[in-house]
Design a protein around this ligand. Structure first.
Ligand SMILES: *Cc1c(COP(=O)(O)O)cnc(C)c1O
Length: 459
């Protein structure tokens, strides 16, 4: 079972061609229709038949996040260099927790962390680690924020003050930590210092674990007033965590950098390369201004770990994990292969496509832009549609494999949301999606309930 038989090598070359060709065959998505998958048996069916089942039955039912019309949630379009590195990493059976085992793999990841720290504008001593996702990055940062501090009542502080648009993972992290979340501001607008000050003035700063601000809210792309927020935190001695899981990539765009002013003052930052930095799942970075605090909070000790040199720089020490995939290697490999200029261009392309989409929405009589696009998120209304109409249109496009676009809520109204993180998404892809929303679109069903007098407000 552990040997590569001669005939199994054929599978490897088939896999290589499949990887190279699948972009051009992305139209063969068959979402949700599961063929008869082979079962687990005592005898097994061999590598050939198993790979064939994966290729032909299993994988086509998943809507790939790098499909040019995957515009829901936050997708992700890995580069070939990152894909190759990711595959090799699995094959090489690398344990990415410590320098002892991973050797220069840790150095490669450190280069990728360094690049991200530079992008944020962090100083030399900053550091971080790649974890499974923004959720674990946020949790790890908040645990570091709480480390070694005490509330006036004794025991650790238990309040997390979060921007109104904070990602759901902040509440999840708070629940794990036994903390409560105090929300500041609205889910639809960026948080400013005035609103935050009001909230902080109602609390004892010594009860506060951290303030969590957004640099690219997932739903709207909004960036909080980071510099002013950093001032509020600084005077009160409160840890500032900036969640840039989705939006951080836009720091690369010269035209947008200014909106992030102050991010370099945060005590910790989350950026997900598996979203808008072209890396396969799963890969998120948690970055720390002072990594020694994170290390003190997270380093695990055990008798069998004593061989791990204390002065080594071990990725295991900087987040809530021990064993880990060296998931920064695909980031490093793609940066080395493509150069950082290609990243700037790719992010700018996504922003330009979002701009194109917003213009097209404005130009169409049946569509209304509900907010100026922020970063690469476009929110808009289809006139006359109720929530049920959005849901049916979305489900139909998904079932056909033509697009994955899902509704959301903005200002209490159900609207459509497009999020552009794939530079291979073209204006023609945008047109195709928008055309299918036109009243006379050939594939459009009749709305469930017609409300000719309804201006388009959903419920
Ligand atoms: C996606 C996202 C997260 C969660 O990241 P996962 O990788 O899905 O765990 C956290 N914060 C923001 C702002 C996000 O967009």
């Amino acid at each position: 079972m552990h040997d590569f038989a001669i005939q199994d090598r054929q599978v490897l070359s088939d896999l290589a061609s499949w990887i190279a060709d699948r972009r051009s065959t992305s139209s063969s998505v068959r979402p949700g229709r599961t063929g008869a998958l082979p079962s687990v048996t005592s005898g097994g069916i061999g590598i050939h038949a198993t790979w064939a089942a994966m290729r032909d039955l299993l994988l086509p039912t998943a809507f790939p996040t790098d499909h040019p019309r995957y515009l829901a949630f936050v997708g992700g379009a890995p580069t070939p260099a990152a894909i190759i590195a990711d595959a090799a990493l699995s094959a090489a059976a690398v344990y990415g927790g410590t320098e002892l085992e991973a050797g220069d793999v840790v150095a490669a990841e450190r280069q990728a962390v360094r690049w991200l720290c530079d992008v944020v504008g962090y100083p030399e001593q900053s550091h971080g680690v790649f974890v499974s996702g923004g959720s674990l990055a946020n949790l790890s940062a908040l645990v570091a924020a709480r480390h070694g501090i005490e509330s006036p009542g004794g025991g650790p502080p238990d309040v997390i003050v979060a921007s109104g648009a904070a990602h759901s993972s902040i509440r999840a992290a708070a629940a794990i930590m036994g903390c409560r979340v105090v929300s500041a501001g609205s889910p639809d607008e960026p948080l400013d210092a005035e609103t935050l000050t009001e909230v902080l003035d109602s609390l004892d700063p010594r009860d506060v674990v951290a303030v969590v601000a957004n640099a690219g809210a997932t739903n709207t792309g909004a960036i909080d007033a980071l510099d002013e927020i950093a001032d509020c935190c600084e005077v009160r001695g409160i840890w500032l965590h900036v969640d840039a899981a989705y939006g951080g990539a836009a720091l690369l765009a010269r035209s947008r950098r200014e909106q992030f002013a102050g991010i370099q003052r945060a005590d910790s930052v989350t950026i997900d390369p598996h979203k808008w930095l072209f890396t396969p799942f799963d890969c998120a970075a948690v970055l720390y201004l002072d990594p020694s605090v994170a290390r003190a909070a997270h380093q695990q000790r055990a008798d069998y770990l004593e061989v791990v040199a204390d002065d080594d720089d071990n990725p295991a020490d900087y987040a809530a994990h021990l064993s880990r995939r060296a998931r920064g290697v695909p980031v490093w490999a793609s940066l080395v292969a493509n150069g950082t200029d290609a990243y700037v261009d790719a992010v700018e392309t996504c922003l330009a496509t979002a701009g194109y989409a917003a213009k097209q929405v404005e130009a169409r009589a049946s569509l209304d832009l509900v907010a100026e696009p922020r970063l690469s998120v476009v929110l808009f209304r289809r006139r006359g549609w109720l929530p049920v109409d959005y849901a049916r249109w979305s489900a139909q496009a998904h079932a056909r494999g033509t697009a994955l676009v899902t509704p959301t809520r903005f200002g209490g109204e159900t609207v459509l949301r497009l999020c552009f993180v794939n530079p291979l998404t073209t204006p023609a892809d945008v047109d195709l999606v928008l055309d299918s929303l036109e009243p006379e679109a050939p594939h459009t069903w009749q709305p469930a309930v017609r409300h000719p007098s309804d201006p388009g407000r959903g419920r």
